[in-house]
Structure formats: C-alpha cells, structure tokens
Design a protein around this ligand. Sequence first.
Ligand SMILES: [Zn+2]
Length: 580
Amino acid sequence: MNKTPKFDKALAEYFSKLELDEKGGQTRICKLSGKEFYVRAEDIGFYKKIGVPLPTLSPTERWRKLLAYQNTQSLFKVQSAYSGKSIIATYQPETPFKIYEHQIWFSDKWDPLEFGRNWDDKKDFITQFIGLRKDVPRPNLVTNTTNVNSDYTNASTHLKNCYLTFNTMNGENLYYFDCCDGSKDCVTCEGLFNCDSCYACQYLWDSYRCFFCEHSRNCLDSYFLYDCRNCQNCFMSSNLRNKKYYFRNQQLSKDEYEERMKEVNLGDYGELKKYREEFEKLKKDAFHKPDHNFRAVNSVGDYIENSKDCYWSAFIDDCQNNSYILGCLKYKDCHDLVGGAGGELCYEFITISTANNYNVRLSSQIDNSRNIEYSDLCRNCHDIFGCVGLDNKSFCILNKQYGEQEYWETLDKIKSAMLADGAYGEFFSPGLMPVPYRATFAATYDGFRDYENAGRYGYDVAELPVQKSETQGDIVNADTLPPDIKDIGDDILQKIIFDKEHDKYFRLTPYELSFHRRYNLALPREHPLITLQNFRDIYDIRLTFYNRNCKKCGVSIESTYNPERYKNVYCKECYESEVA
Ligand SMILES: [Zn+2]
C-alpha cells in the first residue's frame, strides 16, 4: 500500500532529476565545511530505498551533528522539575528543559501525550517539533532503569556498583570507565570487553589481571603489553603471540621472570612513571598493521570487529552492510549511525544502549521501535513522527494520537511540505542541539574540538559553567602524597586530592584504595576524568587515511596511523610474518 503517495511521487521526481557521474555517484559540497564529498552509487541506492534525498553534509559533518546531540561525560547538578530534589544530570543548571529523575521519567507518573499538539500547516515542522521538545520532560541521564547503585554514570545500562562510568553496558564494580561491555572489578580503563581485575588498560578483550595493557586479547597477569594475544606473565612487551614469561620482549625462564618481577615496584609513583614513559616509547616502536580492524571482511574504516561489508565506519562489532556508522553493535543495512546495540535499515540516528530498532531515522535515543522519524527519547513505538518521550504508542505526530488512516494522510502532507522546502531528510541542525557543544560526545574527540569552526556552523560553543565542589574536607596536593602506596593510610579517604596541573579536585573511594593496595599500584595524581579524556585523544574520529609505504616491503598502503607519530607501519602480509 502506498501510504504517502504525494511524498513518494515528489521524491521519485527528485531522484529522476539527479545528475549522476559515470560511476552513478555525485560529488557534492558540504553545506557546513565547504569541503567536497562523494556520494557513491551504493549510497544513492540506499537513499532511494529508504526514501530520503541526498545528504547536504559530508560524512564527517554528519557524524559531528549526531555526536553533538548527546552529552555523555559532563555531569551537572540540577533541580528535578518533578521532585524539587538536587540531582545529577547531563544538562547544565540553566537548561531550558524540565529534567526528571530517570526512574520517574521511565515510570507512568506522567503522560507525554498531555504535551500533544496539532500540526500547523502554516508553520515549519521542525520549529513545531522543537517547541514540543522544550515542553516534554527529559530524563536526567541517558540510561534506562537497569542500573543498580550506579548513579554517577551516564550513557550506560545494566551496571551494578559502578562510578563515573560512561558508554558502558553490563558491568560490575567499574570505576572511571568508558566504552566497555561485560567487564567487572576494573579501575580506569577504556574499551574493555569481557575483562576482569584490570587497571589503566585500553582496548583489551577477554583478559584478567592486566595492568597498563593496550590493544591486546586473551592476556593474563601481565603489565605494559601492546598488541599481544594469548600471553601470560609478560612485562613491557609488544607484538607477542602465545607467550609466557617475556620481559622487555625477551624470553625468560619462570624463575628468571619471577626474580625480575621482584625488582619491579609499581606501587611507587616515581618508578611507575618511568615504566609508563618506557611503555609510550615501546608502543611507538612496535609493529603496526595498517589499521586496528579485526576479522573485518570487505570493510573500510578503523576499529572494525567481526564485521562484513562496512564502509567508512569505526568502533563497530558484529555489523553487516553498513556505511558511515560509529560505535555500533549488531546493525545491518544502515547508514549514518552513532551508538546502539542493534537494528536494521536505520539512518541519521544517535542512540545509546538501545536495541531492536527498525527503520528509525533522523532521530535520537529510540529503543525497540520501528518506522520512526524526527523523534527523541521514545521506546516500544511504531509509526510515529516528530514525537518526544513516548512509550508504547503508534500513529502519533507531535505527541498527538491519530487514527491510522488520518496519520498517513497528515504525514503525507507534512513530509511533502518538508521535502518541497528542502527541510526533509536530515538530522536536526547544529543550532537545535539540546546540550552545549563542549559537553557533548563530539567535544570528547580531538578532531571535533575545533570550536571556532563548530561555532561558525551554528553549534553553541560557549564555555561550560564551572560548578563548585560541594565536598568538604582537607585538601591535599597530589604532588605531596607519599610516593609508595604502602605509606598511604586510610585517612586519604577523608581528604580531597588536588590535581594542580588540571586544576581539578577528586576523592578516592574505598574500593579504589583497596584495589590499588591489592595489586600494589601507585595512586593516581591526575583527576580520573582527565585520564579518560586522554584515552580518547589517540582516536582520529574523522577517519583520516594516510597514503604511506610498508616499512618492510615498501608496498603502498592506506593506513589510519599518522606517519608523523608511527614509523613502523607494515602491510598486512609483512605484519603477519613479523608477529607470528
Ligand atoms: Zn609489506
């Protein structure tokens, strides 16, 4: 059945008039950056299939816009518009939105349909949507009700006893965590999957008791490993496979290794600092393959895991036939996504820790829904347009309930008018983000901290308010702490530690102190959120590909490693022969 005949006819006309090059694609100029970008024939096939016109922004600027819709790591104190209590939130105190505790927000204690309104055909639709969005309450955090004793977390679900944990699913006893899944009893890590009892690790899979390890898999009882797999009791080594008792990339006997390890005291801050500096050099000198992909078939991008036929995508796992997607799990046949754990035929959509979405587009934070457009914070819905905060609804426009027939007739008029105005087919413009740019996902990535450009494109790049700490207690300068963890008493838990370099204050929790003591690890001197930010700084989210030559055989390769930072990049074949 042709449900929106007028719109479909107008769109078919649009496509029939498109001027395409000999490859069936089109070169366009990005409306924001002014840079040229290419729309491939297969992209155009996708736009035709789902019924949207071609994008006016480059893939990079499309990502920026999706990333700029969500705040993940900047937490503020606001007053709940429901209870009047002071609550933490991803919105700043001056936010124009009504913020509810997420437990209330997800309950039936309020009715989003009460905010429903008629569509006014004399006014622009997006302006009417923004009016609705301003009136409907929003949850304080991006989450659902699955977290237990984990209030100071965001963009995370299924957590228990976690603290300052972000973009993480399924975890227990995690402190200062970002972008992880299925891990427990770890402190200060980024990108961990199925790990246990780890500290200061980044990009690690299926590992146990690993400390300061990066880009490694299936490792155990090891320190300072880079690009290692299936290793046990190794220290300060890189590019190892199936090894035991390696110390500085040298094979030792079990007894020799244990003797050497007796001389290592990572509980001493000064000594740990030297090892960390040594590790930085080791990482640079290690062999690298052209990208960080793993089991990626016929795919272009970086940090692609167990995926097939994905183009210009990064940080994805178990995905198939997608283009321009970032930080996604289990998606199929989608374009332009950020986040989420499963869906099909979605487009221009940012969502965190949600799943089972079908044909959701031009929307934010939608869960378990299908056929959704221009909507925000909806779940268990189908066939809704321009709605906010709905649960288990269908055939609604601007939070107003329609009969099915009337819904399609009205939708046909709205979409036809939007298409004629050039307003249909793209995610909300930079001036319509619900949170200030510097507090968003986008600003956590080095490539999008070009605030001058962002401001010119229309994002709100004003400085964030500095909130005064409410914590009381003696302040101790981090530099004056006793160097060895053995000399730190329980009284540290009552003190506020001042990170002078970053002008930030933090406290230690009892869990962390016992963790550091258990594994003999010196206490940090740096605010943990600074450490999390530093983890992210290595990622070039704009997906820059450098044309360079294999260090060994000289063959020309496309690599995501910046030649200025990394010298030892090998082609796939040479890399495999070196690390085997
Ligand atoms: Zn080579």
